[in-house]
Each structure stands twice: as structure tokens, then as C-alpha cells.
Write a protein that binds this ligand. Structure first.
Ligand code: F6P
Length: 350
């Protein structure tokens, strides 16, 4: 009988529990035992894992977050910690480890694999910035949440004839802002992949007012650089164990700038962690269960050092090193869709 460990690392998201349920159910079909490692890689560092039965995971697929807990712990921060993690993996009697996470978690999984731990990775991040997978777990639920929030901001912006700016997560990629912005009907969408032209933003706002639409909804990605300084706006100077700084505040900077230039009433709102919470969409539930099944299938085949990705209708394994270390940016041509809401004058400009 095989003992399979599973952990969730990095920021949580809706759909993780669906993956866990998929893993436990598939493992039971093969007669394997599953151990849930607590709080991401912290659990491996401190040897904390509990047995998960099919009973334990019954109906968790529709619950947000992760029943295992998570953390931004880097297990390879030092040689000593990496050694402890490998020792604990052995002490727990595990034969394989399934790690569910984004670039940091999967990058660390690669290091564990190189250190001798048989790993299978599952891509998860609302940012959708992992290469080689169409979508990662949690992304579409977050898009739904953003679209819903933008819809609400739309009505209040319209009533008050204001410019309303919504700041959206995603770190250095604009997937959430672009897809959420399109789905939520934002008139202007600002993403890190396209330099912000503040004159153009103000021109659109003015044109809308002149056309009898005296309100504008702007979706801005937290990772957009400020045109005046060329810098990112950060919420704190602290870095996590993977070296990431916490982004936040770009909407407030834009609020001041737009107010100054246009004389409009401007308000900004940071959607924040609301985007990561809540019940997973039907899409993320189904994707999660499918990824969970496939991960255990790879364990059965003894195929380690792979990440499972979604390509069209298929769930496929790709080498872990092909997925980690690169941020997938939004192809710039997708930004063209924002013209649907910006207005005809922009669409027809040559
Ligand atoms: O990586 C996912 C993400 O949600 C980013 O979009 C965001 O910048 C970051 O996590 C926030 O992290 P934390 O939960 O540590 O504040």
C-alpha cells in the first residue's frame, strides 16, 4: 500500500478542497492512504500531517479555502531546513508528495524532487500566471467575484457621476484584471503588460462625460507601474520567504492623479482578499476534482517530477522545470477586447 502526502502552499483560493477530495477519493480506489500535510511546507518542516479518509473529505469540494491550511513557507530557504523536510517526509513514511500551489510552491517542489522526494505538482493561483496550463485552480472563481464587484461599483459610479477605480490582485500579470474587467464591464482596464497612458485615461473620462456618460469605471491591476515614477506601489516593505514584496495602493495614487487632471470626483477601492475567498465556481470544482484524480494516477504510474496541466479538454503531465520560474503574462492582443466598453471614439482611432 502506498502512502501519499498532500499539501497546499502559497495564497489560498477556491477549488483547493475539490482537488483534495479528488485526490483522496482516487487514492481510495487504488487502496492508497492519503496524509494531509498541515499549513503548506510548514507541516513538512515540523512533521505535521494527518490521515485523510474519504469520510473526512466528503462534500468539501464546494467549500472555499483549504482544509489543510496554507503558508508562504519556503522549505528550501536553507540547506538545514531542506534536510529536515526530507527527513520528516521519510519519518512520516510517505511514498509520494502531491503539492498544490503557484510558482513558489511548485518551484520549491522542484527542489524537493531534486533532493529525492517523489513529487507531483498541481497548478493553483488566482493570478493565472503559470505557463503551460490554460487556467489554474481558483482563477475563474476570482474572475466571477471581480465581475460581481465591478457590477456593484458600476451602479454607484453611475448614480454619483463619478470615476470609480477598482484595484485588482494578480501581482505582475494582468489576467485577473483583464478577464474580470471585461466580464464586469470596466470602461478602462489597466494591466502591467501595457504601460499606463494617463493622458489617454483622462481623455476617455472626458469624452464619456461629453457624450452624456458622466461616469467611468476603471479596473487597475495591483502590479501596474505608475507612469509618473515608473515604479510599483507597495503596501509594505516586508518580503515573504520567496522574496515577494506586498503590492497595494496603486488605485489611490491614480485617484489623486485623475482628480488633479480632470477635476472629476474620483473614488478608489481595493478588492483585496475578497477575491481569494468564497465558494468555488462550478468550473473550479470540476477542474479541481479532475486534477486530483490525475495526480494520483501519476503516483500509480510512478511518474514523478511532473506538474499536471489543463490543455483544452485534456489534463496532461509536463515536466516541473518547464512550468516554474516564468511568469505567464497576458498576450497584449487580448487587451483589444477592452475597446468594447471604452467607447467608439477609441475603437475607431487609427
Ligand atoms: O499570489 C496570489 C495573490 O493573491 C496575489 O494576487 C497577491 O498579490 C498576493 O497573493 C497577496 O498575498 P497575501 O495573501 O500574502 O497578502
Amino acid at each position: 500500500m502506498r502512502k501519499v502526502g498532500v499539501l497546499t502552499g502559497g495564497g489560498d483560493c477556491p477549488g483547493l478542497n475539490a482537488v483534495i477530495q479528488g485526490i483522496v477519493v482516487r487514492a481510495a480506489q487504488y487502496g492508497y492512504e492519503v496524509y494531509g500535510v498541515e499549513d503548506g511546507y510548514k507541516g513538512l518542516l515540523y512533521g505535521k500531517a494527518r490521515k485523510l479518509t474519504t469520510r473526512d473529505v466528503e462534500d468539501i469540494y464546494w467549500i472555499g479555502g483549504t482544509i489543510l491550511g496554507t503558508s508562504r513557507k519556503n522549505p528550501a530557504k536553507s540547506e538545514a531546513e531542506l534536510k529536515t523536510v526530507v527527513e520528516n517526509f521519510k519519518k512520516l513514511g510517505l511514498d509520494a508528495l502531491i503539492t498544490i500551489g503557484g510558482d513558489d510552491t511548485l518551484g520549491a517542489a522542484k527542489k524537493l524532487y531534486d533532493a529525492g522526494i517523489p513529487v507531483v505538482g498541481i497548478p493553483k493561483t488566482i493570478d493565472n500566471d503559470l505557463p503551460l496550463t490554460d487556467y489554474s485552480i481558483g482563477f475563474w472563481t476570482a474572475v466571477e467575484t471581480i465581475a460581481d464587484a465591478l457590477g456593484k461599483l458600476h451602479t454607484t459610479a453611475k448614480s454619483h457621476k463619478r470615476v470609480m477605480i477598482a484595484e485588482i490582485m494578480g501581482r505582475y500579470s494582468g489576467w485577473l484584471t483583464l478577464m474580470g474587467g471585461i466580464a464586469g464591464g470596466a470602461h478602462i482596464i489597466l494591466i502591467p503588460e501595457k504601460p499606463v497612458d494617463i493622458d489617454e485615461v483622462c481623455r476617455i473620462i472626458k469624452e464619456r462625460r461629453e457624450r452624456g456618460e458622466p461616469y467611468t469605471l476603471i479596473a487597475v491591476a495591483e502590479g501596474v507601474t505608475i507612469p509618473t515614477t515608473g515604479e510599483l506601489v507597495t503596501a509594505s516593505t516586508e518580503r515573504d520567504e520567496f522574496g515577494h514584496i506586498r503590492l497595494g495602493g496603486v488605485s489611490k495614487v491614480l485617484e489623486e492623479e485623475i482628480k488633479k487632471r480632470t477635476g472629476e470626483e474620483v473614488r478608489s477601492v481595493v478588492l483585496g482578499h475578497i477575491q481569494r475567498g468564497g465558494i468555488p465556481s462550478a468550473y473550479d470544482r470540476v477542474l479541481g476534482i479532475r486534477l486530483g484524480f490525475k495526480a494520483v494516477d501519476l503516483v500509480k504510474e510512478g511518474k514523478y517530477g511532473y506538474v499536471i496541466v489543463l490543455r483544452g479538454m485534456d489534463i496532461l503531465p509536463v515536466k516541473i522545470e518547464e512550468v516554474v520560474g516564468t511568469i505567464r503574462k497576458v498576450p497584449i492582443e487580448l487587451h483589444e477586447y477592452t475597446n468594447v466598453f471604452t467607447g467608439l471614439s477609441t475603437t475607431h482611432r487609427s
